[in-house]
Ligand binder design. Structure first.
Ligand code: PGA
Length: 250
């Protein structure tokens, strides 16, 4: 049995006091859930330290939204894996579609980031997903295959619990249009087969694969009742304590 994994991606939202307030509320509301599920909050870089202090000892984990692969140096504006570990980060989102779309992040960059995170014993949530056009052109599997194979190229997976994949169809992110549970399950099953080819079946069976894209309290059950879906990466609905808590408690 894979342990459910629910992460909140706060994106570029919330000042430090707002982030701390949300984390405090979630700490109370999710008190009974941390035994059964991995719950990860991914605030902005500026709020990592304060949110980390707030949730320390609660069982809720701290996540980041991005990193750079170099350990240190003249890379203005970037943050290294070691710096994230230093403030208590346990998981980092890598290759989110917004980073691919707006910041030109390639599969090769995703691969370097994944390897750098692993070198620092940082867990990763690697995002993959097709655009609306790619889906309409029947290219979903081809696109996903390339993103997974190139993003994870040459990786040794010693701890499968530190590798999480998020299937996030781009057309479903922030649009209110979610994939159906069955459609998402089919793509996630396809991803697990790719992982089997790459790492063998025992690793592939242990890796958590999430669905993301307009997840809300009203549709989380539909996803979590699918056999291949192990959790969710939640954007908009993670910004409100009661809606995120309802999702975690699905
Ligand atoms: P959404 O975002 O839940 O707002 O659609 C999901 C994500 O981008 O991770």
């Amino acid at each position: 049995m894979r342990r459910p994994f629910i992460a909140g991606n706060w994106k570029m939202h919330k000042t430090v006091p707002e982030a701390v307030r949300l984390a405090k509320q979630l700490k109370v509301m999710l008190h009974d859930e941390v035994e059964k599920k991995d719950i990860v909050l991914c605030p902005t870089f500026t709020a990592l330290q304060a949110v980390g202090d707030t949730i320390r000892g609660s069982g809720i984990k701290l996540g980041a939204q991005n990193l750079f692969w170099e350990p240190e140096g003249a890379f203005t504006g970037e943050i290294s894996p070691g710096m994230l570990v230093d403030v208590g980060v346990e998981y980092c989102i890598i290759g989110h579609s917004e980073r691919r779309q707006y910041f030109g992040e390639t599969d090769a960059a995703v691969n370097k980031k994944v390897k750098a995170a692993k070198a620092h014993d940082l867990g990763v949530i690697v995002c993959v997903g097709e655009t609306k056009q790619q889906r309409e052109d029947g290219k979903t599997e081809e696109v996903i295959h390339t993103q997974v194979v190139q993003g994870l190229d040459g990786l040794d997976v010693e701890s499968p619990d530190r590798l999480v994949i998020a299937y996030e169809p781009v057309w479903a992110i922030g649009t209110g249009l979610n994939a159906t549970g069955e459609d998402a399950n089919a793509v996630i099953d396809f991803i697990r087969n790719i992982l089997t080819d790459l790492f063998g079946s025992s690793t592939a069976e242990a890796v958590r694969i999430l669905y993301g894209g307009s997840v809300k309290p009203e549709n989380i059950k539909e996803f979590m009742s699918q056999p291949q879906i192990d959790g969710a990466l939640v954007g908009g609905a993670s910004l409100d304590a009661s809606s995120f808590a309802q999702i975690v408690k699905y």
